[in-house]
Design a protein around this ligand. Structure first.
Ligand code: FES
Length: 162
């Protein structure tokens, strides 16, 4: 639920690769040599006490005063869209330069939609499809549209909730 950023995920992958390489090199040691844990890059900053909820500290630059950046325009294909699983949102770009955002929670039984294809936002559970332009039901069993979320698109291409 409180899954951190893509950066953290990349860090874990990188650390995993380093551990693999390191393990191959040190496999014959055996004299009590201890390899230091290699995930220090993901450690929290010293300034943040662990008991306090972390309200900031994402190192990616975000426009001051805007809502939380959820995606970049370059990540959203024209005529398609991007599902943001962690945010439970889907951002579409039905026409070049026109971005829409909807909840990714299917109105049928609450699965997360998983792709935007051929102009529709598709739910994998029972096959419901929603229009990428306005979230309306294109194919059941869902009967209600996906709720739209207001977004703003900054000059640098960041898409944020309004
Ligand atoms: Fe999406 Fe059933 S939950 S189609």
């Amino acid at each position: 639920m409180s899954d951190p950023t893509n950066t953290a995920r990349r860090t874990v992958l990188t650390a995993g690769a380093a551990a693999l390489a390191g393990g191959a090199l040190t496999a014959c040691g055996g004299d009590g040599e201890k390899k230091p844990a290699s995930e220090s890059a993901a450690a929290p900053t010293a300034a943040a006490p662990p008991s306090q909820p972390d309200t900031s500290q994402a190192t990616a630059s975000q426009p001051a005063g805007a809502g939380k950046a959820i995606a970049k325009t370059a990540d959203v294909p024209v005529g398609g869209g991007t599902v943001l699983k962690e945010e439970k949102l889907v951002v579409t770009q039905p026409k070049a330069g026109s971005f829409r955002c909807f909840t990714a929670v299917c109105t049928h039984q609450g699965c997360l939609v998983n792709k935007v294809e051929n102009g529709t936002i598709d739910c994998p559970c029972h096959g419901s499809k929603f229009e990428a332009t306005d979230g309306a039901v294109a194919k059941g069993p869902a009967t209600r549209p996906l709720a739209e979320k207001k977004i703003t698109v900054a000059a640098d291409g960041s898409i944020s909730l309004a």
